[in-house]
Design a binder for this molecule. Structure first.
Ligand SMILES: C[S@@+](CC[C@H](N)C(=O)[O-])C[C@H]1O[C@@H](n2cnc3c(N)ncnc32)[C@H](O)[C@@H]1O
Length: 153
């Protein structure tokens, strides 16, 4: 995603993932990250204070809609569907061909994938999404990510 002009993230945490995104982004790319926890958001905002292209918003993840659409969107704190609540709408959040990433998943060992003994409905939501081409990538023995690209048109 080196060509991404606008990058979003939900769940800034302390800004580790955001720092990786900022390091890999093309010059001039705009990055927006939303963190609900006030202390973490303030720490992260301080960390990126010298980078005018990086904005940290302290609020619920749904504020990520404010600066949409994105070329790359990482759902790391809200919007993935993992913990209930509303699920992100890729038609509003992504440009055509834009990519969405959800990580911190256990690698699927069955089809359909299961989590804690039940079908992993949040993962199925993204893998079966009619507007997205999605795949699960195994990153390690106990870690996987879903990467999904918004279809054109
Ligand atoms: C897994 S951590 C994020 C890690 C971070 N992205 C990194 O790479 O270091 C998840 C974060 O999402 C935040 N979070 C959880 N629910 C949220 C919500 N509804 N809106 C915004 N942030 C949320 C949590 O406070 C937590 O800091």
């Amino acid at each position: 995603m080196r060509g991404a002009e606008r990058i979003g993230e939900t769940g800034t945490g302390c800004g580790v993932g955001l720092a990786w995104l900022a390091c890999g982004a093309r010059p001039g790319a705009e990055l927006v990250s939303v963190e609900r926890d006030a202390e973490r958001a303030a720490l992260a905002a301080e960390l990126f204070a010298g980078m005018p292209t990086v904005t940290v918003i302290q609020d619920d993840w749904t504020e990520i809609y404010r600066d949409a659409p994105y070329d790359l969107l990482v759902l790391d704190g809200g919007g993935q569907g993992k913990t209930g609540g509303p699920v992100a709408d890729p038609h509003r959040l992504l440009r055509d061909g834009g990519t969405l990433v959800i990580d911190d998943l256990s690698p699927a060992k069955h089809w359909p994938p299961r989590f804690e003994g039940k079908i992993d409905q949040p993962r199925m939501h993204w893998l079966n999404h009619s507007g997205m081409d999605a795949a699960e990538l195994r990153l390690g023995p106990d870690l996987a990510a879903v990467v999904a690209t918004r279809r054109y048109g």
